[in-house]
Ligand binder design. Structure first.
Ligand code: AGP
Length: 367
């Protein structure tokens, strides 16, 4: 163990710090001259993408959160209707499939029982194809899929998924951008998306330098019973992923809400004992999010805001962590990193088994 973990106290911390390399590896050979190579999605990918009129994404846990981010990208960039759904519901609800729909599973292990069962069901429905985004080449999900795009995160040992998630986002961004190009996305927006992916490893390295600052923040959470995560747009699933990480390894009850839902219920929970973590990079919803955060402050909530410097000014939060500015593709990846670090440091302070949290298995191969 100690050899493989090298200088790191836990696999999870090592895997967090491997993300720039994992993203570099996942992009390797997939972009040339500012263009995503269409054939990485299969030999007939150009025809397939042209025929794709809808996308059904199916996954569990962290992989499902990656799918939720992709839903925004696919609809915003490609203008193609997309749903993202947990596999355990999909497999039992008699899904209706319209012609021209692509089925897409996301899985780190490729062995998750519900995702695999959903894929087998999908093979009996009139989908265009069953594509998988997966991290384990010899897995069941890869074998059962007609098209595969591998993430190249390398082995992920920590039960709490980190580098698998960020590489899934990268693979999904490649897919969303290429689908969008085939549907006539504006050339400049496409080129900008590709540039953001190419610049991502550097941005990840820069963001991980915040480790010390986040470690100091973690002390505020040690005695908390609950935490509320907020985001909007693609940062809502990022907030969901942050909440999942915190509950998984620190055993603090954490929930994520789309910030616009606050006053429809969860605001009643907010008081000085409820830390509220807002993931708020500078996107088109920032002004709406800022007014949601004012509601939290007005109720005495302890606000932790992860924002880029263009937003930090005038933000009334008790704790502000400044992230590097990033565009629509890179920002969900960048914003995920401090949340991984936060849950890691809180768990270490609480003395839990970070790499092997109670009651959980790395790969859920039974229903
Ligand atoms: C995340 O930290 C998890 N441990 C869990 O939610 C995981 O993402 C889920 O079980 C799906 O696994 P998969 O990606 O291997 O299919």
């Amino acid at each position: 163990d100690a050899v493989e973990r090298g200088e790191y106290a836990h696999y999870m911390l090592k895997e967090i710090h491997e993300q720039a390399q994992a993203v570099t590896d996942t992009l390797e050979g997939r972009i040339a001259g500012g263009r995503i190579l269409t054939q990485i999605f299969g030999v007939d990918a150009a025809q397939l993408l042209a025929k794709t009129d809808a996308v059904h994404i199916i996954a569990c846990g962290t992989s499902y959160h990656a799918g939720l981010v992709a839903r925004y990208w696919i609809e915003q960039l490609a203008g193609v209707p997309c749903t993202a759904e947990i596999a355990s519901e999909y497999r039992y609800r008699d899904p209706v499939v319209k012609e021209g729909t692509l089925f897409l599973t996301i899985s780190q292990s490729g062995e998750t029982a519900d995702t695999l069962a959903a894929l087998k069901l999908a093979k009996q429905r009139p989908y265009l194809a069953q594509m998988a985004i997966c991290n384990v080449p010899e897995s069941s999900i890869v074998r059962e899929s007609s098209l595969v795009l591998m993430t190249r995160a390398g082995p992920e040992i920590g039960v709490a998924s980190t580098k698998a998630f960020t590489t899934q986002l990268v693979a999904l961004a490649l897919f969303a951008l290429e689908l969008a190009r085939s549907k006539g996305l504006d050339a400049e927006r496409y080129a900008d998306g590709v540039r953001q992916l190419e610049h991502l490893p550097a941005l990840i390295g820069e963001t991980l330098k915040l480790d010390g600052e986040i470690q100091a923040l973690a002390a505020h959470f040690v005695d908390k019973q609950h935490a509320l995560f907020l985001g909007r747009g693609t940062h809502w699933p990022v907030a969901m992923e942050g909440a999942l990480k915190l509950k998984e390894i620190s055993y603090i009850h954490a929930e994520a809400y789309a910030a616009g839902e606050l006053k429809h219920g969860p605001l009643a929970l907010v008081d000085e004992n409820m830390p509220v973590i807002a993931v708020a990079p500078n996107d088109r919803l920032i002004d709406k999010l800022k007014s949601n955060l004012e509601e939290v402050r007005a109720r005495g909530g302890e606000l932790y805001a992860f924002v880029d410097e263009t937003v930090a000014h005038g933000l009334d939060a008790a704790h502000v962590v400044i992230l590097p500015a990033a565009g629509e593709i890179a920002a969900p990846v960048v914003s995920t990193l401090p949340l991984q670090l936060l849950s890691y440091h809180v768990a270490v302070l609480r003395g839990t088994d970070v790499d092997q949290p109670r009651n959980l298995a790395k790969s859920v191969t039974v229903e």
